[in-house]
Design a protein around this ligand. Structure first.
Ligand SMILES: Nc1ncnc2c1ncn2[C@@H]1O[C@H](COP(=O)(O)OP(=O)(O)OP(=O)(O)O)[C@@H](O)[C@H]1O
Ligand SMILES: [Mg+2]
Length: 279
């Protein structure tokens, strides 16, 4: 496994790529969780140090503290036998010097921060008493307990319906700005990535094939997969073309029927694609 992602202070990265392209294994490698499955080569630079070269004992001080991760399926990461309050407090015990009273107050604060109503009462509830979206918010609260500098979010919304997905992604990205925390967000939602993440990285076949400022990558995709995703994000020949060609979201007064520049690469190319006429 080779990795080549660099996270600068308070940046939001979207990591895209087809299924099996290596997104999850990249995030796990940043956390040092891939070691037991195979050899990790390359470098994961964190505050001037290469995490790949660090012994497990030292990595444990960083993992879950400075770098936290939220996983795709909250039920597999939350302990069904413990209240959410206990699970947040466990993290506070592990990573802070707060006393019992301060931990209790902080746990309530964290649940409030992620938008859980009636937080002080919900602290004593078990994961199954929360809806899917609320469970994902609890996962975020647990991850934030250690006040991480980098949050890795591996498709944190796949199991949720579309409206809730958008809310959770917005929450993660809002919190990142509010708390000064960088985020690497694995998502298939190019629309969200384009609107909210500063940078975009694309994986293909286990390799990082493209990375850069989101606007630049979308304006001029170098890799065929990126182009296909950019095209697939909308209907060929209509809105997407405006997004893709102009590199920014279509304005209300802008024609949405611009030409698609590279119809030969698009599975959805229509007859009008490749023409320069606008309607
Ligand atoms: N760079 C790599 N080095 C070694 N193995 C890799 C690499 N990239 C991917 N793989 C292999 O491919 C498998 C799938 O990769 P991974 O789970 O990271 O995909 P993914 O992009 O997260 O897919 P999905 O979108 O379905 O979650 C890994 O378990 C691993 O076996
Ligand atoms: Mg994955």
């Amino acid at each position: 496994m080779r990795s080549a992602l660099i996270s600068r202070p308070v940046k939001s990265w979207a990591l895209l790529g087809e299924s099996g392209s290596g997104k999850s294994i990249t995030l796990r490698s940043i956390m040092g969780l891939s070691r037991r499955y195979g050899e990790v080569t390359g470098r994961v630079m964190w505050q001037g140090e290469n995490l790949v070269a660090k012994p497990e004992r030292e990595l444990r001080k960083i993992r879950g503290k400075d770098i936290a991760m939220i996983f795709q399926e909250p039920m597999s990461s939350l302990n069904p036998l413990l209240t959410v309050g206990v699970q947040i407090i466990e993290n506070l015990v592990a990573h802070t010097t707060m006393d019992k009273k301060a931990r209790q107050a902080r746990a309530i604060e964290l649940l409030e921060l992620v938008g859980i109503p009636d937080a002080s009462r919900r602290l004593d509830d078990y994961p199954h008493q929360f809806s899917g979206g609320m469970r994902q918010r609890v996962m975020i609260a647990i991850a934030l307990a250690s006040d991480p500098k980098l949050l890795l979010a591996d498709e944190p919304t796949t199991a949720l319906d579309v409206t809730i997905q958008k809310q959770i992604l917005k929450l993660i990205l809002d919190l990142s700005k509010e708390l000064g925390m960088s985020v690497i967000l694995v998502t298939h939602d190019l629309g969200v990535a384009a609107q909210t993440c500063d940078r975009l990285a694309v994986m293909y076949g286990g390799k990082l094939v493209e990375k850069g400022e989101t606007r630049d990558v979308l304006r001029n995709p170098l890799h065929r997969y990126t182009l296909a995703v950019a095209i697939g994000a909308g209907k060929c020949g209509t809105t997407h073309a405006a997004v893709f060609v102009a590199g920014h979201a279509a304005q209300p007064n802008e024609s949405t029927k611009r030409m698609c520049l590279r119809p030969a690469l698009c599975a959805r190319a229509a007859r009008m694609c490749g023409t320069k006429t606008t309607a």
